[in-house]
Write a protein that binds this ligand. Structure first.
Ligand code: CDP
Length: 250
């Protein structure tokens, strides 16, 4: 596989990824960078090699979710840092799943980090960096028509299924899935007559919290947020436990 990928124009550059037009209509090339940001980009840094690991962990997770019947935007990995995905209309919601209290939830509600929730919690926030991704109630989503009732119930169903599967998958390799963020998109038919909801974006230690089940060691972006060091080693450890090869072509 060559690192050179045929791709079209740059569509968007985000904090950790760049999106390019794919060569086939309806496709996008998702490029994973080593840049890291936290606290709504107030803290910036580089984690050398992170993009390669996140590309491969995302590929692994998406393929396994497809196997249990979750439709995703993933088509194929192209090289170390890039994957081909389907072009969708992103629903402007960050869907956050929490199994254990951590991060913003602990701060906002004055709760101790590490408290196990009685049942998984699905939260929504508006995907808007300038506003700091504010928390939304379901009523906001419906009143503002960010998604309709049917879409919301599909998002709940798919998200619970994803959480059940991924918790088990990580538990199997000695890791607790504490929380994570998902994004969904609308994939339109060729004639634009209808659409289906599919999972988009990425799943990597950049957007989840993973704690070693025995030691509690953090294996995710909190190492960067909290200046704990050993970021790339932690990400590599997640890949290693999942059996993902990190042999690179770079
Ligand atoms: O991460 P932070 O403490 O700012 O926010 P959180 O609401 O506690 O995040 C919950 C989970 O969603 C964490 O695993 C975050 O990494 C992830 N998240 C994300 O990937 N992108 C965001 N814009 C917000 C949260």
């Amino acid at each position: 596989m060559s690192q050179k990928t045929l791709k079209g124009e740059k569509l968007y550059e985000g904090k950790a990824k760049i999106l390019f037009q794919g060569t086939e209509p309806g496709t996008i090339v998702q490029h994973f960078k080593d840049d890291a940001t936290a606290f709504n980009a107030q803290k910036k840094g580089t984690i050398t090699g992170k993009g390669i690991i996140n590309n491969k962990i995302t590929e692994f997770v998406m393929i396994n979710l497809e196997r249990i019947g979750i439709p995703t935007h993933f088509i194929d990995r192209l090289n170390d840092r890039e994957q081909l995905v389907r072009e969708v209309e992103i629903i402007p919601l960050e869907v956050i799943v929490r199994n254990i209290v951590a991060g913003t939830m602990a701060k906002r509600l004055g709760l101790e980090e590490g408290r196990r929730l009685d049942r998984p919690l699905i939260e929504f926030s508006l995907k808007d960096d300038d506003l700091g991704d504010p928390l939304l109630a379901e009523e906001h989503i419906l009143s503002l028509d960010l998604a309709d009732d049917e879409e919301l119930s599909e998002i709940f169903d798919m998200t619970h299924q994803i959480n059940d599967f991924l918790r088990g998958m990580f538990a199997g390799v000695g890791i607790e899935l504490v929380d994570f963020k998902l994004e969904y998109g609308r994939l339109y038919d060729e004639d634009d007559a209808g659409y289906v909801l599919i999972l988009a974006d990425e799943f990597s230690p950049d957007n989840c919290r993973l704690w070693d089940l025995k030691t509690g060691e953090k294996l995710d972006k909190d190492r960067f947020r909290r200046d704990l060091g050993g970021e790339v080693e932690a990400y590599e450890e997640v890949a290693r436990r999942l059996g993902i090869s990190l042999e690179t072509e770079e």
